[in-house]
Ligand binder design. Sequence first.
Ligand SMILES: Cc1ncc(COP(=O)(O)O)c(C=O)c1O
Ligand SMILES: N[C@@H](CCCC[NH3+])C(=O)O
Length: 435
Amino acid sequence: MLHKHPFEVNASGHLEIGGIDAMELAQKYGTPLYVYDVGIIRRNARAFVETFERLGAKAQVAYASKAFSAVAMVEVAKQEKLSLDVVSEGELYTAIQAGFPTEKIHLHGNNKSRAELEMAIEKEIGCIVVDNFYDIELIGEILEKEDKQIDVLMRVTPGIESKTHKYIMTGNEDSKFGFNLANGQADQGFNLLHNHTRIRFKGIHCHIGSQIFETDRFVVAVDALFKQLEKWKEAHGFVPEVLNLGGGFGIRYTSNDEPLPYEHYVESIYAEVVKQSEKLDIPVPEIWIEPGRSIVGNAAITLYTIGSFKDIPGIREYVSIDGGMSDNLRPALYEAKYEAVIADRPEAKQEKTVSIAGKCCESGDMLIWDLPVPEINPGDILAVFATGAYGYSMANNYNRFGRPAVVFAENGKEKLVIKRETYEDVVKNDLSYLS
Ligand SMILES: Cc1ncc(COP(=O)(O)O)c(C=O)c1O
Ligand SMILES: N[C@@H](CCCC[NH3+])C(=O)O
């Protein structure tokens, strides 16, 4: 284990990913390169699925594919018997391309288009999570036109502040997502949904935020949902079939992060749902969760080649790599922190502290501030840990860089699963103005 990250060093003293030497991967596929250890993805998925099984809970673990959506990833999710959370037609299309069972797909989104909803209804996906009144109207219209029905959950905003970056809080009252519990919007939504002739209203959903390190926020969320359910039971006799507590389970980016074992979240959520169901005198509903980051986050490493150096004596030394905010937006967007090692000597004695700069034309394109490193030179391969979630999925073509390639490695075998974008790819939608 390197700095508490789940990777090993091989007999040559090199970093190893899924049983493959990181230096070989960099040489064969070039850099920047995302490499996933598929064994870690499976282990993460099983921690959730097997805990529900052990507890005897009826449950669905839906991988939130926004964290990393790709045909190969969806195939692994399918193998691991996960359900799938998608938030767009593109993610839904990816799932369908990967042959994912549509009845286990759940569609989210705070501004679902008619085309997205039509596709979801045409493909008869398992569930649409309605986010607002416009959703209900559009879904109703499409179902009427197509003479169909569909299962629906209502996303509610419980007014819970989670301890995380404000850009990734979602359960607080001032949020663009969901029907607020406090101001009566959830009641209005309920009135539209529960006697709808075509919408099969199954229950409620809430997602309090992302990268959360404590179970008590989830317990508070369960309590908030049950407070509302009690009102709906008394007034309308409503009994939910499903409660979806979203995702948000925190992972280790740096050695300062101390994530909880995933089992703890499942156990706490389940215990509270059972307790509250008994109190309300209803059968324990099916519990759904939507982990994204916690399935893929710690499973990938990004490999970069080190290039130029700039030493400002008494201030800092900048070391530039061949990627940056174009393949990992998180440091620029959330001041997210990462750790990294030099791939062919990950355990070498650290000699100095440098700051790792991306190559985009932005002062804010800094991947890691103040990273301890051994003696390093241009051409060295830098391996950044825990880049598996919201890395590739938020990659972009800023400065017209092509997006990196993605490789899956497992048990000493590797496979290219996303090709590197070429410059032809980058200009493929451009049309000449003059000819
Ligand atoms: C509705 C919903 N479900 C699931 C997730 C996945 O969250 P995470 O990747 O933190 O598990 C998100 C993202 O925050 C979300 O908005
Ligand atoms: N993209 C964010 C998380 C967003 C969660 C999706 N609702 C991150 O990298 O942390």
